[in-house]
Each structure stands twice: as C-alpha cells, then as structure tokens.
Design a binder for this molecule. Sequence first.
Ligand code: ADP
Ligand code: MG
Length: 255
Amino acid sequence: MLTAENVEVSFGGVRAVAGVSINLEDEEVVGLVGPNGSGKTTFLNALSGIVKASGSMRIDGKLVPFGRPRQVWRAGVARVFQAPQTFLEGLSVIDNVLLSSDQLSMRGLIGSTVGRVPMWKHERNRWREAMTVLEIAGLADVAEAPADSLTYGHQRMLELCRALAGNPRVLLLDEPSAGLNDAETAELGRLLQELRHRRIAMLLIDHKIDFVDTLCDRVVVLDLGQVIAEGVGEQVWRDPLVMSAYLGVTADAAD
Ligand code: ADP
Ligand code: MG
C-alpha cells in the first residue's frame, strides 16, 4: 500500500532521518517508536509531503514525489498531527469535518462525473458521511456544538475525524494518545480498532507501549534517524539495541 525507500531528511547539517525504508501492507497497522528526537515526526512529515526529503515513495504502486502534500492526500493517505490543529472559531464539530472533506471530495469529483450528480445530493452525501465518521468516533451527540467547546480529548478525536473525512486508505498518526487520560486513551484505542476492522492501514507513532502492542501488527524502532529493529512487539522490546535506546525515553517520560 505504501512503500518508502531510503528516506532522508536533513536540517542544516543534521540528518534527522538518515535512510529509512518502510513497507506498509494493505490494512496493516505498524507502530513507529523510538526515543525523543529519533526522527519519527520528521519521517511522517516526509511521507505526508510537508518537508523536503530524498529517497522514494510509492502509494499503491505509484511513485509519489516528496514535497507534494496534496498528491499524497489524493492518493488516499491522511495525516493526524501531534497537536490538535486550531479549529475555526465558533464553527460546529460537523462543519469542521465537512470543511476537511470538502477538499478531499475533489478526488471523487474529478474521478467521477461532476455534472451528473446534482450538487444538493452531493452535499447530502457529504453530510451523511461526516455524521457516520462522528458516530464511529462517539462525537455524534456533540455534532452541532462549537468545536472549540470540546474537551481536549474530544478535540483530538475530532482531529482524527477530519483526517477520516475523505475515506483515506492509510492514516499516519503522530502520538494520538499524547495528553489523553486513561479513559480517553481507551476510547481512542477503541476507535483505532474500529478503523482497523474497517481495513484502514495505519502508521502509528506512540510512546505508550501497551497501546502500540494492542493495536499494531508489528513495530519499527527508530534511533538517531535510522531503523534499529523491526518485528512483532514482544521480540522488538526484548532487543538489546531497543532496550538501550528506548529505556532512556521511558525514564524521561517518567510513566
Ligand atoms: P521525534 O518525533 O522522534 O521526537 P523529530 O522528528 O521531531 O523526532 O526530530 C528529529 C531531529 O530533527 C531532532 O534532532 C530535532 O531536533 C530535529 N528537527 C526536527 N524538526 C526540525 C526543524 N524544523 N529544524 C531543525 N531541526 C529539526
Ligand atoms: Mg515527534
């Protein structure tokens, strides 16, 4: 579904990502872990086209150049950011989702037959799809509430809903559980499991090991911008290289 080869990103003289290759199969959920500063976010930025990178990437077999976020997005890959993006003031929850799907629906519009579908029908379908996404995320009850009135946990869920608005086949998630309490983390886990059952492939960065283990088919570990281990969770966590790289983080995170 998504193959990236030998991805490199440098900031000045620093190689933040130093030749990372990754392969995400259809419907596969892969965890991306590693100490702070190991290049996880930068790697996701490269895949989503928002930083300059070298190497190559294919989505569904097709070459997609780096640095072209819209092209990545149109190819069905959506990104969820580490911090909630600012929502438009006063805009309702569902309007926030509709606004995100608006740009994405271009894909459907261009691909299908624009003129033949009456606009109102198109809008109604978009609304229905947005409502479905909110229902899956447990936000249907607050669909008409102003987005900025939501709790932090719900705002993060809304962020995910916005990414889901255009029916992506791949989600790139950067620490979706950051800042969530236990109940909210469990709720997020439930949503991601649901997406998994709906066959959305995911590349998931997270610091919570249990969370990653429960959700992911396998785990890739970065350190200093390079892959130092990959495989199923229990194997990877026992790897001495991973232990020495990763233990520093759990100490830092003081969990
Ligand atoms: P992680 O997400 O694993 O914590 P990052 O990808 O954020 O790591 O950072 C990797 C490295 O790249 C770090 O050394 C960080 O300081 C550096 N870095 C990240 N973004 C920038 C930037 N915009 N400019 C300069 N250096 C950056
Ligand atoms: Mg990061």
